[in-house]
Design a protein around this ligand. Sequence first.
Ligand code: UTP
Length: 304
Amino acid sequence: MSNVKAQSPSSARRVRKAVLPAAGLGTRFLPATKAQPKEMLPVVDKPLIQYVAEECVASGIEHIIIVTGKGKNAIEDHFDLAPSLERFLEEKGKKDQAEMVRRISNMVRVSYTRQKEPLGLGHAVLVARDLVGDEPFAVLLGDVIIPGNRPATKQLVEVYEATGIGAIAVEQVPREKTHLYGVVDGEPKPQAPWGQRLLRIRDLVEKPKPGKAPSNLAITGRYVLPPDIFDCLARTKPGSGNEIQLTDALRILAKERGLWALIYEGISYDAGDKLGFLKATVEIALQNPELGAEFRKYLKSLDL
Ligand code: UTP
């Protein structure tokens, strides 16, 4: 399989849909998440889930399926039309803002399904089964943002469309932090154009005990999967934290169908975690064309 990217994807391999699980309780971010979804927390001026939806659009996704739960209505409102707000802005002469508000509801087709109880990330993906149907799809965690011009999801879509095998994004983390992540045991299978960044997964472990991690390659929150994952999920029993874990279903998929790990190009922020959220806010604010220069000056002025 040399230079597999040269092949053009058959229609069965085209990745058109994405599932965004957003039904978790966000307990790491209490009290901010007591009455509002963590996916709606703003980083600079956009809610987390909008960054994720924009990554989908930039990756060629045509249909986003958001898995919501209790107390998550603000997510639906955010992607809906807001005619009275648009009218108000237009009447005040704020055409650009009216246009920006309109663009959010027009950017992509969005459907919703509900996870009645937060039984785990794997379970959240499984409830999207009917909306996905029998085709490959991406999964993007609603609280992980990966800014940059080269969307991680697009990098995974390229691997899937070229090989027909599912791919998950991984990144190197310090050894002493592996117990916080799903970690892969992978065998390098270098091939163009990915070179050493592409590994065939032998196994995966969710939150390995200290010293037991098979590598320092952690799962980042971006996946492109074949529809076979649904059968794997249906066979998956509750695991770590008594939740139905996507990682456990991926172990089955890796054994039965194969699965790639791609050390993607980019940096992720787990913005569902307070420190990750702060890092994302600072980095994205520094890159903001309106605020960046002033904010940089301010940070430099702090006597740290
Ligand atoms: P997290 O583990 O980060 O979310 O799941 P959480 O459970 O909300 O967070 P904490 O640990 O209590 O702070 C990653 C993503 O999967 C979704 C979450 O909404 C988040 O976007 N998720 C998780 C579900 O949709 N359903 C679940 O049962 C669990």
